[in-house]
Design a protein around this ligand. Structure first.
Ligand SMILES: Nc1ncnc2c1ncn2[C@@H]1O[C@H](COP(=O)(O)OP(=O)(O)O)[C@@H](O)[C@H]1O
Ligand SMILES: O=P(O)(O)OC[C@H]1O[C@](O)(COP(=O)(O)O)[C@@H](O)[C@@H]1O
Ligand SMILES: [Mg+2]
Length: 320
């Protein structure tokens, strides 16, 4: 049976990563497996920044945002000779397998390592919810709470001043955070990669909300990387009855204490990762599908097309 495993966090951090590290560590230790923390993602693997983790070291972290192991982006990890160094560092310490907590990029690294003889299991740690094989990623629920709390506050001030708040939401080409927040906040308009952005159409809709629907305020949620929200807010002021103000929520969305849902999801997924490694399985990632914790091949997870959210967009429109 496997004796030593490593755990790392990679890519953008996400609330709940600590709960996942804790679950992996405790479940493994309670099964007689030694656990090593690999610091700063694949960088620590290459540089040998690897330390044993004890039960106590993962105590008092379940409620903390960020990741106690640190995270990093290391583009050079795509180079096989760099990965060779990482494999050597693991072998030197007798680490046979690794749990990689991160997003799609981290999964590619995990797959490449598995192909080099180190069994890896991926856990979806990202606020973006952009891993298509899982219904939810660890961190999405917490980020959603953060967005909703911020937009609720913006609505208070917007309606006092007959304003339109344009809010830029993270998601890296995945509109889930924007759409879910739009429904939860009762926004007037959501713009994502899936809806597309026709500036004139949105301005016309805002004029209608003002003149015909007599709205006191309007909230427009826009996914990042679609348009310059400050410029767009200026156009709103110039061409509609609302004065426009833009807010970029930015990295605030990545922090904060994980919600209970994210903590439970991370714990369930962490357990599954260790169970798979104990069976000698690698190259797979853990998903939640219809509230069941399951595993799929990383290759498959990376190729599943993004599910259409058409029904939710339709619901959104029917709620305005
Ligand atoms: N094709 C790849 N092969 C090997 N490693 C990769 C590959 N793509 C990404 N990685 C590693 O995973 C890290 C995190 O990926 P990134 O896309 O930045 O974040 P995320 O995992 O959150 O999507 C990268 O910095 C790199 O070290
Ligand atoms: O922290 P950085 O490097 O500015 O990156 C910002 C990006 O990271 C994210 O917050 C999270 O993305 P990943 O989980 O894929 O790393 C995206 O929403 C955003 O586009
Ligand atoms: Mg990613």
């Amino acid at each position: 049976m496997i004796k030593r495993i490593g755990v790392l966090t990679s890519g953008g951090d996400a609330p709940g990563m600590n709960a996942a590290i804790r679950a992996v560590t405790r479940v493994a230790l309670n099964s007689g497996i030694e656990v090593f923390g690999i610091y700063d993602g694949y960088r620590g693997m290459v540089d040998g920044h690897i330390e044993p983790l004890t039960r106590k070291e993962v105590g008092e972290v379940i409620d903390r945002g960020g990741t106690v192991l640190g995270s990093a982006r290391l583009p050079e990890f795509k180079d096989p000779s760099v990965r060779e160094k990482a494999v050597e560092q693991l072998k030197k310490r007798g680490i046979e397998a690794v749990v990689v907590i991160g997003g799609d990029g981290s999964y590619r690294g995990a797959l490449a390592l598995t192909e080099m003889g180190i069994n890896c299991i991926g856990l979806p740690g990202t606020i973006d919810n952009d891993i298509t094989s899982t219904d939810y990623t660890i961190g999405f629920d917490t980020a959603l709470h953060t967005v909703v709390e911020a937009v609720d506050k913006l609505r208070d001030t917007s309606s006092s001043h007959h304003r339109c708040s344009v809010v830029e939401v993270m998601g890296n080409r995945c509109g889930d955070l924007t759409l879910w927040a739009g429904i939860a906040c009762g926004a007037e308009i959501v713009v994502t990669a899936q809806t597309g952005f026709d500036e004139e159409e949105v301005l016309e809709r805002l004029r209608e909300l003002d003149l015909v629907r007599k709205k006191r305020h309007a909230i427009v949620l826009i996914s990042e990387k679609i348009t310059d929200v400050h410029q767009f807010a200026r156009k709103i002021t110039q061409t509609t009855g609302f004065s426009g103000r833009a807010t970029i929520l930015g990295h605030i969305q990545r922090g904060g204490s994980p919600t209970p849902s994210d903590r439970v999801l991370a714990s369930r997924m962490g357990e599954k990762a260790v169970d798979l490694l104990m069976q000698g399985i690698g190259g797979r990632c853990v998903c939640i599908q219809q509230n069941e914790i399951v595993d799929v091949a990383i290759e498959e997870a990376l190729s599943v097309p993004r599910e259409s959210r058409k029904q939710l967009y339709n619901l959104f429109e029917r709620l305005v």
